[in-house]
Design a protein around this ligand. Structure first.
Ligand SMILES: Nc1ncnc2c1ncn2[C@@H]1O[C@H](COP(=O)(O)OP(=O)(O)OP(=O)(O)O)[C@@H](O)[C@H]1O
Ligand SMILES: [Mg+2]
Length: 353
């Protein structure tokens, strides 16, 4: 096998960086991405191209020091005087005597998805003010309606009580909807504590089995060594309840929900101007249902996006808000054989208390 050819064909920009921070090699995709030739780059410091303060140096340094590979999400890459956009960056130490590091960029594509999941936060926020106001305004007349229906029911013959029961049921439904909408208006920082995510998943699973997911099989693939998550137990319960409910609704005749957990210390989220943050805890909820309708896929986390006759389209918007409030990320993948929702969360640090 000719490794030169593989190196040249690799579709992602890749560099080999020496211990002194100098570029040793760059592949064809790197030449295209940086619009510089290998000859121009070789033996020059990464700093001369990417700038003194680029997050790339951190990634390289961390890989030099540690044994693991390091991944940074959503890093802004400048090269020379211009910006080359955002990329997810992976670095890993080569096991060679020169102590070199391989640096690989995933421009756009994957990074795009991240962008989008960050945008959902804004979408959720834009309805926040209106939602809070509307919820408040609806609640009072609603209480009036159901109170009046209860009074009416007292004097009605049984055959007409069906109608007042209907009014009560429907006002209850509106009440629930109002409560959910109102949650978006809750801008308080969440109270975080150390949470065993497997407890949360098991509790959610039990509640789901007793109700909307009684027709479903559950499978768990837990990583027992996973550390505590930093979060709010009730809110995280809501997240998994919403995801499991969607999974159950996507497989109306019965199917399987698979819950997975994993610990991946390399995963980091970095946003321009902020310190990068480690999100090593990975939790996923998969189903074997019909998958997410392709026309909805891009907007799935926006409020009021729903393919269901009785859906409010608030489930995933709420999931997205709660996870964003935790400083985490939620992403989804879908195919004809089912959907997978993946959540990345930070580890609980004792000093947070
Ligand atoms: N696991 C899934 N499989 C297939 N489609 C899904 C899945 N999860 C979500 N969807 C799609 O995403 C849409 C939005 O989901 P979301 O939970 O936000 O709202 P909803 O389920 O329609 O209504 P609500 O959750 O408020 O009752 C759904 O209507 C459905 O089309
Ligand atoms: Mg839902």
């Amino acid at each position: 096998m000719n490794f030169e050819q593989i190196w040249a064909a690799l579709p992602f920009p890749a560099f080999v960086i020496g211990p002194d921070g100098k570029i040793g090699e760059a592949n064809t995709a790197a030449e295209v991405f940086t619009q510089s030739s290998v000859r121009q780059m070789r033996l020059k410091s990464l700093k001369t191209f990417a700038g003194e303060t680029s997050a790339l140096h951190d990634v390289v340094r961390q890989a030099q020091q540690g044994m693991n590979s390091v991944v940074l999400h959503d890093v802004e890459i400048g090269w020379g005087d211009s910006t080359r956009g955002f990329a997810n960056v992976l670095s890993t130490r080569l096991q060679n005597p020169e102590n070199e590091v391989l640096l690989v960029l995933h421009p756009r594509g994957i990074a795009n998805k991240m962008d989008r999941s960050l945008l959902h936060r804004n979408a959720a926020r834009s309805v926040t003010g209106m939602a809070a106001m509307l919820a408040h305004e609806i609640r009072n007349p609603l209480a009036g309606i159901s109170g009046a229906a209860q009074l009416l029911a007292m004097n009605l013959p049984p055959e007409d009580q069906e109608l007042t029961a209907l009014i009560l049921d429907e006002t209850k439904r509106i009440g629930k909807l109002v409560n959910r909408v109102e949650m978006f208006g809750d801008a308080r920082p969440i109270s975080q504590s150390g949470i065993n995510i497997h407890d949360i998943l098991d509790r959610s699973k039990r509640a789901a089995k007793a109700g909307f997911a009684s027709h479903m099989q559950f499978k768990d693939l837990y990583d027992p060594s996973i550390p505590l998550v930093s979060g709010d137990a009730d809110l995280l319960m809501q997240v998994f309840q919403n995801l499991m409910k969607n999974a159950a609704e996507a497989t109306p005749t019965g199917g399987a929900i698979t819950l997975r957990t994993a610990y991946r210390p390399g995963i980091k989220l970095s946003m321009p101007g902020k310190r990068s943050k480690s999100l090593p805890i990975v939790i996923s909820v998969s189903d074997n249902g019909k998958g997410i309708p392709s026309n909805l896929l891009a907007d799935i986390f926006d409020p009021f996006v729903s393919s269901k006759a009785n859906g409010s389209g608030l489930g995933l918007a709420l999931v997205s808000k709660i996870i964003a409030d935790h400083g985490g990320i939620v992403e989804c993948k879908s195919s004809q054989t089912g959907a997978t929702f993946q959540i990345l969360l930070p580890v609980w640090q004792e000093k947070e208390a």
